[in-house]
Design a protein around this ligand. Structure first.
Ligand SMILES: C[S@@+](CC[C@H](N)C(=O)[O-])C[C@H]1O[C@@H](n2cnc3c(N)ncnc32)[C@H](O)[C@@H]1O
Length: 481
């Protein structure tokens, strides 16, 4: 299936370049306030400023979502013919001329077309091809942008991740079950002048036996929708099987040292910790994993969210069946987050964390920091001889109540100003330990001094401290020097 022949897609790309229409220009031409307001769905300033020149026509069609006269559209899209634009669905006729039949999104330097038209709500077709949404943006932001020989985008959709990968990988492969999605990906590759290998098939099947340096996936992760489903969100697996399948295949998909990053939903099942559930999906060896849970929805909120997303909010019977299924599975909540896997040597190590707050972006920096410590030897013996420093931007906060002898500290936290912006409650003993973490003395000396001060036995004290010190290193509060 093709939406436009290669030559016509290249002419569409040329028309867009000639018009100068991109995210930065939108702000430069209409002013940052008008562009920001449009981003929130308030198009008054843009509507007032838009005339009939090609840039304005692109903005009216693809940002505001209003119709334009045929002649203006023909001039703005040349050298693509108006008949070609109407023939492929890029434009549709309307009472006031022609309007956008596809959506256009910006992603870094690239522009991507998809079925997601501007300013539209309502039911989506079963094979709807998504544009660039919040999940796409999260994965774009989290992807490690290091040079790679081979990269794979599983469930490529309109190709937005694959196009970004092409900026730092020699060859990029995109896969999808949907023919229409692959047609958009091919068109977008042409429009942006990028080469992609595009393969059709179910999840891992099109790349069976192949390995990559970098794999990304914003897969159809929605859990347990009964019935036929929407290709863009339902992977056709039982419960959170899509995530489980990707996790299980991760090391086989990667070259040694390679990285896989994917978004997922996972179940919170009564009596089971979500992190143990996740950890159980990975191979026993060669996987170094950092999974971050960004949010948890209760089943009802989850069902409502996804019903709204596909435009089926009114379907009470469908919601009931969906909720019944969650009850059968004893689901208490559905987590959403990001899973980062590196193929290493030795036994697998899976770290799962909750981070519901705003972290310092780009996420890719957080992922790189975490992989750096995941690979480090933080055994009791190694930490014993290392020197640790409190990371920059870490502060101690205390809550105190007025007692008989003045302020009495009741609770204390370490808080990071930057990076993951974690806060962690700590014990008084640790406060004393951390106060001396300036990178000059080895941990063993610090622990010995503490043991003397508290009249404790050094080995016992270290046994007590090691786990928490290790955790503070892993979470970036402490840095080995
Ligand atoms: C959430 S969209 C992600 C699109 C794009 N990669 C992004 O980041 O915005 C998921 C994609 O997975 C595709 N898909 C659905 N089921 C699939 C399956 N069983 N195997 C492969 N791809 C599938 C859908 O067609 C859709 O394009």
């Amino acid at each position: 299936m093709r939406l436009l022949e290669d030559d016509a897609a290249a002419r569409l790309g040329e028309a867009r370049r000639k018009s100068g229409f991109d995210r930065a220009a939108l702000s430069a031409v209409y002013g940052p306030d008008a562009a920001a307001a449009a981003g929130r769905g308030d198009y008054r300033a843009l509507l007032a400023a838009c005339g009939d020149d090609p840039f304005d026509v692109w903005a009216r069609l693809f940002t505001v979502g209003t119709a334009v006269p045929e002649r203006a559209a023909a001039a703005a899209l040349a050298p693509l013919g108006l008949d070609e634009a109407l023939g492929c669905g890029l434009l549709v006729r309307s009472a006031d001329g022609v309007a956008a039949g596809w959506g256009l999104h910006f992603a870094g330097e690239a522009v991507v077309f998809s079925d997601q038209r501007p300013n539209t709500t309502g039911a989506r077709s079963r094979d709807h091809v998504l544009g660039v949404g919040g999940a796409s943006e999260l994965l774009l932001d989290a992807t490690l942008r290091t040079e790679a020989r081979t990269a794979l985008d599983l469930g490529t959709g309109c190709g937005v991740q694959a196009l970004a990968l092409a900026g730092h990988a020699e060859t990029v492969t995109g896969t999808d079950l949907s023919e229409r999605a692959l047609a958009f990906a091919a068109l977008n590759a042409r429009v942006n002048g990028v080469e992609l290998e595009l393969l059709r098939g179910d999840l891992l099947e099109p790349v069976a036996g192949r390995r990559f340096d970098l794999v990304v996936a914003n897969p159809p992760f929605v859990v347990g929708t009964p019935g036929e489903g929407w290709t863009y969100r339902d992977g056709g697996r039982e419960a959170d099987g899509v995530a489980a399948e990707l996790a299980a295949a991760s090391t086989d998909l990667l070259n040694p040292g390679g990285t896989m990053q994917f978004l997922a939903n996972w179940l919170h099942v009564r009596g089971e910790s979500w992190s143990e559930r996740l950890a159980g999906w990975f191979p026993a060896s060669e996987a170094s994993v950092w999974a971050v849970e960004r949010e948890v929805l209760d089943p009802l909120d989850y069902v409502r969210t996804w019903q709204r997303d596909s435009g089926e909010s009114g379907e009470a019977a469908q919601a009931a069946a969906w909720l019944d299924r969650f009850d059968e599975l004893e689901v208490e909540g559905i987590g959403f987050g990001m899973v980062n896997v590196r193929r290493t040597e030795g036994p697998s190590e899976v770290r799962c964390e909750e981070a519901r707050h705003a972290v310092e972006t780009p996420w890719a920096d957080r992922v790189a920091e975490r992989f750096a410590v995941l690979g480090a030897d933080l055994s009791p013996e190694t930490l014993w001889n290392s020197r640790l420093r409190l990371a920059e931007g870490v502060a101690l906060q205390q809550a105190a109540a007025l007692g008989e002898e003045g302020w009495e500290v009741e609770r204390q936290w370490l808080r990071q100003r930057d990076g993951m912006r974690y806060a962690e409650e700590i014990e008084p003993l640790l406060v004393a330990f951390l106060g001396a973490c300036d990178g000059t003395a080895p941990v063993r000396l610090q622990v010995q001094l503490l043991a003397e001060t508290y009249g404790a036995e050094t080995a016992m004290l270290y046994a007590q401290l090691h786990q928490v010190v290790r955790r503070l290193v892993e979470r970036g509060f402490l840095e080995p020097v």
